[in-house]
Design a protein around this ligand. Structure first.
Ligand SMILES: Nc1nc2c(ncn2[C@@H]2O[C@H](COP(=O)(O)OP(=O)(O)OP(=O)(O)O)[C@@H](O)[C@H]2O)c(=O)[nH]1
Ligand SMILES: Nc1ncnc2c1ncn2[C@@H]1O[C@H](COP(=O)(O)OP(=O)(O)O)[C@@H](O)[C@H]1O
Length: 227
């Protein structure tokens, strides 16, 4: 029986997690999971955890660990028959430990991108808020300027992509990511990719995953329910 594959992608804001996750999902047929999308779904559906999460996001804060794990771990437990790639979780050491006790991760991709590159990209980033689709006016512009390719709805620029907010976001990322990265390094599953262009990093990620991902996904039970 082929083994399932579970991976996490980490990196500072603007490092290309979303862009690369999309390519991995398409190329290798993994289910793409995003903590941000999952929170937005819960907010839209008015679940208890979604209502609570919204009060933090509105203040520009991270959602507390216990709310995040309550939202996400049951979802992962439903995914016992799927190979997946997670973007946006874990974001703290406590989340990484909770994930550890639920799932055996096969691989962690960490993106290491220079600050100047991040600043440039984010000041050029436009998103479609309802779907989370991202565009970059130079790198991957929408077909029609200012409009989402699929829905045709208007694109917006997020406040926290502005340079002032970005410095604080990047500093915060460094502080909280370090212990998580150390944890995955010590488990021998961390793979770090450095560079300024997604198109140049992608071939390395592609060839690494080609050696690691089983050709078919079959039933397995790598995730165990939390006690
Ligand atoms: N110029 C350029 N832009 C890129 C490249 N790779 C990604 N982008 C763009 O940079 C922006 C950030 O990429 P994302 O994939 O959203 O990055 P992320 O790590 O998911 O960002 P967060 O959601 O903030 O954590 C988007 O507008 C992308 O289209 C690249 O190699 N060159
Ligand atoms: N793992 C997480 N832990 C805590 N809060 C999270 C997590 N993932 C997402 N969030 C919250 O949801 C918001 C939106 O997430 P996301 O779509 O990943 O966007 P961003 O790249 O702006 O952080 C975050 O700004 C944060 O408040």
């Amino acid at each position: 029986m082929a083994k399932l594959f579970r991976a996490v992608i980490m990196g500072p804001p603007g490092s290309g997690k979303g862009t690369i996750s999309e390519r991995i999902a398409q190329r290798f047929g993994l289910t793409r999971l995003s903590s941000g999308d999952f929170i937005r779904e819960n907010i839209a559906a008015n679940t208890d955890a979604g209502v609570l999460a919204k009060t933090y996001i509105e203040r520009g804060l991270l959602v507390p660990d216990h709310v995040m794990t309550r939202l996400l771990l049951p979802r992962l437990e439903e995914m016992t028959r799927h190979s997946w790639l997670m973007d946006g979780f874990p974001r703290t050491l406590a989340q990484a430990e909770a994930l550890n006790s639920t799932c055996d991760l096969d691989l962690v991709i960490s993106l290491n991108i220079p600050y100047e590159t991040l600043k440039e990209r984010l000041s050029d980033r436009w998103i479609h808020p309802a779907s989370g689709r991202v565009y970059n006016m130079g790198f991957n512009p929408p077909h029609v300027q200012g409009r989402d390719d699929i829905s045709g709805e208007p694109l917006i620029q997020q406040d926290d992509d502005k340079p002032e907010a970005l410095v604080a976001r990047l500093r915060h990322y460094k502080d909280v990511a370090k212990p998580i990265i150390d944890l995955y390094k010590s488990k021998g599953i961390l793979h770090t990719f450095s560079g300024t262009e997604t198109d140049r990093i992608w071939p390395y990620i592609n060839s690494l995953l080609s050696t690691k991902i089983p050709s078919t996904s079959q039933t397995d039970t790598q995730c165990i329910p939390m006690p």
